[in-house]
Every structure is written in C-alpha cells, then in structure tokens.
Write a protein that binds this ligand. Structure first.
Ligand SMILES: C[S@@+](CC[C@H](N)C(=O)[O-])C[C@H]1O[C@@H](n2cnc3c(N)ncnc32)[C@H](O)[C@@H]1O
Length: 247
C-alpha cells in the first residue's frame, strides 16, 4: 500500500475514534481557536453554496448551514464518517467520494460553490492535483479555504523539508488508533501547491488563541488565478470590514 492509500485507509479505521474526538471536544486546538477561525473565514464570504472536502463527521457543514443558511455539501472518503454525518444531520447532503475519484475525473459535481473548504483534510503529497480538479467547481469570485498544521510549529530541529511523516495520535488517551502518514510541507511548498493548481493566495491567516500568541494553524484563502488577477484592484479583504462578517 502506498502512502496515499495508507492515509485514506487510516481514516476508515479511525472513523469511530475521530467522531468521538471531534464531538467530545478532545482536540484542544479546535476549542482554542481553529474551529472559529475557519468558520469565520467562510462566513465572512456570505456563501450561498458551500463544499466541505474531507468533511469527516460533518461538524463544519452543520455549523456553516446554521450560520448562513447556505446550500451545503460534505464529501469524504470514509463511508463510516459520512454515515456519522448523515446520522447527525439527516436533512444535510453528504457523499462518499475519494479524492482519487476527483483527480481522475471519475467523480465531480453538477453545481459550483462560493466557498470550498479543506479543514485539516489536505495531507497528500499530490495536493496540487486535487486542488486543480476542484478549482472548476469554484463560483466566480469564490474562495478555497484551507486550514492546516502550521509548518513552523512542526519543523524538527535542523529539518525544514517536505517529507512524509507519521501521526500516531498518541495525544489521545486511548491507544486504539491507526497511524496516519501525512505529508509535511514548508510554507514555500504550500505556496507552490496553490500556484501549481492554478490558484493564488488571496490571504494568509495565522489563527492564535490570543493576540500575539503562537499560531494554532495556517489558514490559506485562495482564489482562481484569473479571477484574482482580474479583480486585484477591487478585492475586499474580510478583515477590512469585520462588522460585515457578523451574520
Ligand atoms: C483530520 S480529518 C478532518 C475532518 C474534518 N474536515 C474536520 O474538520 O473534522 C481528515 C479527513 O480527510 C479525509 N480524507 C483523507 N484522505 C482522503 C481521501 N483520499 N479521499 C477522501 N477523504 C479523505 C478523511 O476521511 C478525514 O475525514
């Protein structure tokens, strides 16, 4: 099994543990600010339509629909996580889709989305290919919002290089987790992933628990290259008008 397959398969094995960890608030950084950071980054766009890629048990879809009333879809490769999402939200739309199906154009959508999110769901070495496959489903003026591990918080002494690593979930008390391979990227590498997918970084945020605190995550807000170029002069950064985002 290659690293990509091992990554996807770890989530099928970890589904039950993951749903419990999310729903029981067992991941401290989420309560400390990363959940709120991605919700805010999405809601300030006032989306009418929202796609959550690698949605897991569906918390972000539920939260965004509650806040904005938008039309939302969650997709994930784990059938168990999608079942958990549907159970929590029987009226919501959730589909089992593996990233590989999108990259190979065996799966797609007959709609476009104002915001497409990847919340800790882009761990593959081939992230560019997935973003490139998703980009055509972005509405005009839409944004792809990626939240991920901050590379500067995870760089090992003397080693700041793209490489596969392994998460063993040892931070959780129970040992019943399957380790997950994931691809560490430097900040420059994230920039290249986005550019190679035909996207541009419209904004980079570093959410922290308190002003001046160390970043909890890296939040990248991306637009299709041609859209950003055309609208460069009139891009409105949500942070310039925070009151506007309070829905
Ligand atoms: C860390 S979890 C994040 C879940 C969710 N976004 C959240 O914020 O709770 C990573 C998610 O990516 C999904 N994933 C990983 N590789 C995938 C693949 N190849 N195809 C589809 N989903 C995948 C997993 O099933 C898992 O739900």
């Amino acid at each position: 099994m290659d690293q990509r397959e091992a990554l996807a398969s770890s989530w099928s094995k970890n589904a039950e543990n993951w749903t419990r960890a999310v729903r029981e608030g067992l991941i401290p950084s989420r309560g400390a600010g990363t959940d709120d950071a991605i919700v805010e980054a999405i809601c300030c766009r006032k989306p009418q339509s929202f796609l959550d890629v690698g949605c897991g048990e569906g918390w972000l879809v539920r939260r965004i629909v509650k806040r904005t009333g938008c039309h939302a879809l969650g997709i994930d490769g784990s059938a168990q996580l999608i079942a958990d999402a549907r159970q929590a939200d029987p009226d919501g739309r959730y589909q089992v889709v593996d990233y590989r199906e999108l990259v190979e154009r065996r799966a797609g959508f007959d709609e476009s989305f104002d915001v497409i999110a990847f919340n800790y769901a882009l761990f593959d070495e081939e992230a560019s290919r997935l973003l490139e496959a998703i980009r055509p489903y972005l509405s005009a003026g839409g944004r792809i919002v990626i939240q991920t591990l901050h590379p500067w918080a995870l760089s090992r002494e003397g080693h700041y290089l793209d490489a596969w690593r392994r998460e063993d979930f040892s931070a959780f008390k129970n040992q019943d987790w399957t380790s997950m391979p994931w691809y560490f990227r430097t900040l420059a590498s994230w920039h290249d992933v986005i550019r190679n997918a035909g996207l541009m970084m419209a904004e980079l945020r570093e959410p922290a628990a308190k002003p001046g605190g160390l970043p909890l995550s890296l939040l990248l807000i991306c637009a299709a290259f041609e859209q950003l170029e055309e609208k460069r002069s009139e891009i409105s950064d949500c942070r310039e008008d925070p009151a506007d985002g309070n829905q």
